[in-house]
Design a protein around this ligand. Structure first.
Ligand code: ADE
Length: 352
């Protein structure tokens, strides 16, 4: 797997408590890459996607044609890069990985497109951040496998059309709504990745513990799964952290007690929320009567940037039903009030 990305975009939103934030951070990319499944059998969850992909891959092999371009979207950490790697391995082709912020100049995207060999996969992460010029270069490459290059200046400028080998583009994004429609329309398949169930995450946890050569009981795996916010990347990080606790402070086995005690020390609660998530809910409850309140106000009050809140904190708070998005801003749900130890507004006695 060739990694072309410098992860620029992700570094920008790297934040204080990296264990529980699902975007990639440098120190654990090696760990993450070492445990990535390489085939569908080891890729847990996303069963609808896997079934569709198995058929698409089989058909492409039988027809001896490259795969259609594919777009995967959904919150970070759900396995968009991982599934792209599985696809490449199953097709027996190489994958080149980059991210849109690393394709700033025309020559960045031209260079990478020219380097592709027939059948290869180009993976572009955060594809919603591609600039207009890069998009314009990508359109004919995706459609006809051609590159239109301009040589010379103003009046003497000539456009040269170059043929490139047939490749498959796999785009990944957390914000499908921000893709321009011409770009979106050029993908033959668009699929949303879903949060994982507790059962699926327990399997991810058990698989990772096995790779790390640490013993884990079924209820130990479940305890970690419950606090992983539906996200395998978080589950994997938590296994590693709990394994450290188990080795240093316990008998080297992760059971229910070891998992829960370690996660309490790490300040990750039973919903998988960390201090930032709790601060966000607390702020809306205590300062804004539970909301609605605008995202900019929330971000400023927490000294976080809007993108971190939108991309990292919110998706899971919304999915867990703790937060609600309304046209007038964010609101804490009755469940969110209760989780933070408050009475929900509907449960408060009216004085007048
Ligand atoms: N690690 C990250 N995502 C995974 C998945 N879907 N299955 C197994 N291991 C994973």
């Amino acid at each position: 797997m060739a990694i072309f990305s410098d992860n620029m975009g992700k570094q920008e939103i790297r934040k204080k408590n990296p264990i529980i934030k699902p975007e990639t951070i440098e120190y654990d990319t090696t760990f993450e890459n070492s445990i990535r499944p390489k085939d569908f059998n080891n890729y847990i969850g996303q069963s609808a996607l896997k079934e569709t992909l198995k058929i698409i891959l089989e058909a492409a092999k039988l027809r001896d044609k490259p795969l259609d371009h594919m777009l995967f979207y959904g919150p970070p950490g759900l396995g968009k890069t991982t599934i792209a790697g599985v696809i490449a391995a199953q097709m027996g082709v190489d994958i080149k990985i980059t991210s849109a912020p690393a394709l700033e100049r025309p020559r960045d995207i031209i260079g990478i497109l020219m380097s592709l060999k027939g059948g290869e996969i180009l993976f572009i992460d955060e594809i919603h951040r591609l600039n207009k010029i890069a998009e314009e270069i990508l359109y004919p490459a995706m459609e006809d496998f051609t590159l239109d290059m301009t040589t010379g200046k103003s009046q003497t400028a000539k456009t040269l059309r170059v043929q490139i080998p047939k490749f498959t583009l796999i785009g990944a994004t957390t914000k499908v709504g921000e893709l321009s429609s011409p770009l979106r329309d050029r993908f033959g398949m668009i699929h949303r990745l879903e949060f994982y169930t507790i059962e699926e995450l327990s399997k991810v946890v058990e698989r990772t513990a096995k790779i790390l050569d640490i013993k884990i009981t079924a209820d130990g795996a479940k305890a970690i799964a419950v606090r992983s916010r539906g996200t395998p990347r978080i589950a994997n990080r938590l296994v590693k952290r709990v394994a450290d606790f188990a080795i240093v402070k316990y008998e080297g086995i992760i059971d229910n007690k070891v998992a829960n005690e370690s996660l309490d020390v790490l300040k990750i609660d039973e919903f998988g929320l960390d201090n930032t998530d709790r601060a966000l809910l607390n702020l809306i409850i205590e300062k804004y009567d539970g909301g609605p309140v605008g995202i900019e106000t929330i971000a400023a009050a927490l000294s976080e940037d809007v993108r971190t809140i939108e991309d990292v904190c919110e998706p899971y708070l919304l999915q867990a039903g703790l937060l609600q998005r309304t046209p007038r801003g964010r609101k804490v749900s009755p469940e969110g009030f209760r989780h933070l130890g408050f009475k929900a507004p509907s449960e408060q006695t009216k004085l007048f």
